[in-house]
Design a binder for this molecule. Structure first.
Ligand SMILES: [Zn+2]
Length: 945
């Protein structure tokens, strides 16, 4: 156990918080080396030096607003800043201190010392250290988020230099946070921008480690309570909700989730560890890109194949989460992932010049400097500052935290490549580790140990899972028992000059794409992802790749590929997903039952990420970009394997042949499972070319005989009725109960006459709280139809009133039939016959990252009308009384997180979107009705006006 670990242990006993403090504090499997000196050579070493010379040393003087924005906060006009501008100096400082551990350049220390000293001068009397006016301190913007980054930066500076003033400044910031939000009428939740501002929990927990100040821990605990009203990270983590399905799956949330890991270390409460590790594993399963990076349009979506932006800040946050997961578990697979992210997503985000990094480092595309791509963040005195430019350098700085870590009484080597480390073992013995060679361009590294006198300690060497055959020589003699995907522990008495040579298996590997990348593969050599960049392949341009090699693509030509980090460095386009044929299936991704779920006895429904529509015959087959030939139809089939051991040492059963989800384990098979016993499950996808298994860590479930039997959901993807694809059929004849489907809630309704005027022919919703919700297995992603009779009683007083809405979170509403009230100018009003103050139009709309929708149909209050909307691939049509009214172009496929929908209001949004109306005859199908069918649906009632 390292010194830092011991410190944490000591503090665990002093917990005075409201949470049940366990007797034992949390345990770490590995920890960062504190006070170590690092030097890196080779390809990454050059990048680290370029970052220091061309960014860290020059950014403050080229961007004086970095600090001036704090000086100006209460002078002159209202600050013209992006809401997060206060973070810039904190992010800069974090990567600056990390770089100091890896550099002996005196100018770096001087530059940073000047920044820290000026920061100290700019701190207000009350401890405030942000860019906003006095009346607004910590109350809004992303001000707490900014304070989190500045506190973290000052804390690292204090740890590295021993500067007590920095720690005092940090404490004063935390004191102001407590004075504002602890035992006052305000809560951190009230500051808004929740995923950002609640992330200060991580800074408070770190500062508690350092200071033992009980108020900081109590403040952190209060933020855990606030989670329940915003990101809900703790409860969703314990419930096994996939991160992309949590209420706030944006990347900033990852720093709030880091707070859970620190709370585990402080309190020893295992629930914090479990919730944190669940979210880490969920992102690994569902959202990790082929580059090792994370995010799709700044958040988790459950689909790592989309050509959406991969933001540098998101990769940095993901790397931080992975490092915490590695500290907690010591799982070498995580170190493999960090290596992958470092050599590809992170090195790819930084331009080889060291002058800039990207906002987006796409899998296929171009590298654009962040000060160009997101220049809306720039100001005249901060031309190069934006969230990513100041954050990206942390990706390399993190090497000083994960490359070699303490592990028990010894060390774990996670990083390979030319480097030198001077550190101390837990017992205080000084050790120098040196690596030589040109890994990962070459295939081997030579690690030498240097000690003042012989000393026994265990040295653990990461054997990457991707290196099928690794040779390890200790002082020239082969070491037996080397196993991929483990740490090879060499426990012995080490002497100066002892050398270990590792030779890795650099055979070309590939990963298979799915969804948007179906029919394509990504190629790897060692930890390096390869990409095709025409300029690099032809030897054009100033910047040369680390590696250029001829790769035979399955079913295709031989291509000249370069390392992903260098791709695009000369400005040209590149691709890392390349068309290929004869591929085995992509790795399947298990979804439900949720990790740790208790399931009732009987049949068990297993779901997993849907394969590309083309893979299961659900859509037209895509054409290859080159040649135009149709891809062969995939024949993949999925099997579930169940074991009572997480490593699948004993197989209990294996079942299934499902092309797409769900895979139902029949009750006759499920009886082989003992009640109240954890069972682990994984999926195996097979086709004619081979088999692929789902990624570890594997989920588990327990059969709970006390639970009522599961509702009888048919073995169809959306729980739809096999004969007609109906998802919900609710006649609404004076009763919300459906004939098919599952009612969740019904409020503010009464029975009312229907379109034919007869009593009990509809339900009436009051426009105040009236709302009926129905459960969904999932919302159909491609084709569907919703048809319903509607009579609007009164236009909504607010802007929107929902006939139908499946809204589940910002920019995720796979369908809404909404009455939108547009307010007109006086002149416009006067020109209208009747002079209506406003009018309502009924639209069919989709919110999926952006808005899509049909033109509106003018609502006539008090009149029954039949409304049907049909989505067929990329076309959304609105029918009124059986006639097509308008169509809109929409995304062919929409991956929504909706698990229910509402009539008469928005099922989840807090704002008032209720509609006073009568509704009858709801029909919701998982298929596109034809125009004739839509007409027919409107015909069976003669509407009485
Ligand atoms: Zn950013």
């Amino acid at each position: 156990m390292c010194a830092e670990n011991g410190l944490v242990c000591g503090m665990g006993l002093l917990v005075v918080g409201g949470l049940a403090a366990a007797a034992e504090p949390g345990r770490l499997a590995m920890e960062c080396l504190h006070g170590a000196t690092w030097r890196f050579g080779g390809a990454l070493g050059e990048r680290i030096q370029a970052n220091t010379a061309r960014w860290l040393l020059v950014a403050p003087k080229n961007n004086p607003g970095l600090l001036d924005m704090f000086a100006k906060r209460d002078k002159g006009p209202k600050p013209n800043l992006v809401p997060w501008a206060g973070e810039f100096v904190g992010k800069y400082l974090i990567s600056g201190v990390q770089a100091m551990r890896m550099s002996d350049d005196p100018r770096l220390r001087e530059t940073l010392a000047a920044v820290v000293n000026r920061l100290g001068e700019l701190q207000a009397e009350d401890g405030y250290l942000g860019p906003w006016p006095k009346a607004e301190r910590l109350l809004g913007h992303w001000d707490l988020w900014g304070h989190y980054h500045v506190m973290f930066g000052l804390l690292l500076w204090h740890e590295h230099t021993g500067d007590e003033k920095a720690l005092i400044a940090c404490r004063r910031m935390a004191d102001l946070i407590c004075n504002t939000y602890l035992d006052t009428k305000r809560r951190v939740l009230d500051a808004g921008s929740h995923e950002m501002n609640m992330s200060v929990i991580h800074g408070l927990a770190l500062l508690y480690h350092k200071t033992k100040e009980p108020r900081y821990l109590r403040m952190a605990e209060e933020i855990v309570k606030d989670f329940e009203h915003a990101g809900d990270y703790f409860r969703t983590g314990l419930a096994g909700v996939e991160f992309f399905r949590t209420p706030r799956p944006r990347w900033e949330s990852l720093h709030a989730v880091q707070g859970l890991a620190e709370l585990y270390l402080i309190t020893g409460d295992e629930r914090f560890r479990r919730a944190f590790l669940h979210h880490w594993a969920s992102i690994r399963r569902f959202d990790m890109r082929n580059t090792g990076g994370f995010s799709s349009g700044e958040q988790a979506t459950g689909n790592p194949y989309a050509d959406s932006p991969i933001e540098t800040c998101c990769v940095i946050a993901w790397q931080a989460v992975m490092m915490d997961a590695l500290r907690l578990t010591g799982d070498p697979a995580i170190a493999d992932d960090i290596e992958l992210a470092t050599f590809n997503a992170i090195a790819g985000a930084q331009h080889p010049s060291g002058e800039w990094c990207t906002y987006d480092t796409p899998m296929n595309g171009k590298r654009v400097p962040s000060h160009v791509a997101i220049n809306f963040q720039a100001r005249p005195d901060t031309p190069h500052l934006n969230c990513c430019s100041v954050n990206g350098p942390r990706g390399f700085g993190a090497l000083s935290e994960w490359a070699v870590m303490s592990r028990g009484s010894g060390l774990a080597v996670n990083f390979y490549g030319p480097m030198q480390l001077q550190t101390k073992l837990a017992d205080g013995t000084a050790v120098t580790l040196k690596q030589e060679g040109d890994y990962p361009i070459g295939d081997s590294t030579k690690l030498t140990v240097d000690l003042s006198k012989p000393h026994a300690f265990p040295l653990a060497l990461r054997i990457p899972a991707w290196s099928a055959k690794t040779e390890v020589l200790l002082n020239g003699k082969a070491v037996p028992g080397v196993k991929a995907g483990t740490y090879l522990e060499l426990a012995r008495e080490w002497r100066s000059g002892d050398a270990v040579t590792l030779r890795f298996d650099m055979a070309l590997r590939h990963e298979v794409g799915d969804v948007e990348q179906y029919g394509k593969a990504s190629f790897y050599r060692g930890p390096l992802l390869l990409a095709h960049d025409e300029q690099m392949a032809k030897g054009q341009g100033k910047f040369r790749p680390w590696l250029l090699m001829d790769v035979p693509v399955p079913g295709g030509p031989t291509l000249k590929l370069c390392d992903f980090a260098s791709a695009g460095a000369n400005g040209g386009p590149y691709r890392s997903w390349l068309p290929a044929t004869g591929l085995r299936p992509p790795a399947p991704v298990p979804w439900l039952p949720a990790d740790g779920a208790r399931v009732p006895p009987g049949a068990i429904r297993f779901s997993f990420r849907k394969p590309a529509p083309a893979a299961v015959g659900g859509a037209s087959l895509p054409r290859e970009p080159v040649g135009g030939a149709s891809l062969p139809r995939d024949t993949r089939r999925h099997t579930v394997a169940i074991s009572d051991a997480p490593d699948f040492a004993r197989a209990i059963l294996s079942y299934g042949e499902a092309a797409k989800p769900p895979l139902i384990l029949p009750a006759s098979e499920a009886t082989k499972l003992k009640p109240n016993t954890p069972y682990y499950w994984k999926l195996v996808a097979r086709n004619a070319n081979g088999a692929t298994e789902s990624l570890a860590p594997h989920k588990h479930f327990v059969v709970d005989p006390t639970l009522p039997p599961a509702p009888d959901v048919p073995e169809t993807q959306y729980g739809e009725r096999p004969k007609d694809s109906a998802i919900v059929i609710a006649p609404l004849k004076g009763d919300p109960k459906p004939e098919w489907g599952q009612l969740k809630t019904a409020d503010g309704w009464k029975a009312a006459p229907g379109p034919d005027g007869k009593p009990n022919g509809s339900v009436e919703l009051d426009g105040q709280a009236g709302r009926i919700t129905y459960a969904l297995t999932e919302f159909p992603d491609r084709d569907f139809t919703v048809a319903i009779w509607v009579c609007v009683n009164a236009l909504p007083k607010t802007q929107y009133g929902q006939v139908f809405s499946a809204w589940c979170k910002g920019m995720d509403d796979p369908l809404r039939l909404v009455v939108h009230v547009a307010r007109h100018s006086v002149a416009e009003k006067d020109s209208r016959p009747g002079g209506a103050a406003h009018e309502g139009k009924l639209h069919a709309r989709i919110e999926a990252g952006q808005f899509f929708g049909t033109d509106g149909w003018p609502v006539e209050v008090g009149k029954w009308v039949h409304v049907a909307t049909v989505k067929e691939g990329a076309k959304l049509t609105l029918y009124i009384n059986g006639q097509a009214h308008s169509t809109a172009k929409v995304p062919e496929s929409v991956a929504s997180s909706a698990e229910d929908f509402a009539l008469g209001g928005n099922p989840h949004f807090g704002g008032p979107e209720f509609l006073s109306c009568r509704l009858a005859d709801l029909r919701f199908f998982a298929r596109a009705l034809s125009a004739d069918e839509a007409r027919e649906a409107s015909a069976h009632w003669t509407a009485k006006q």
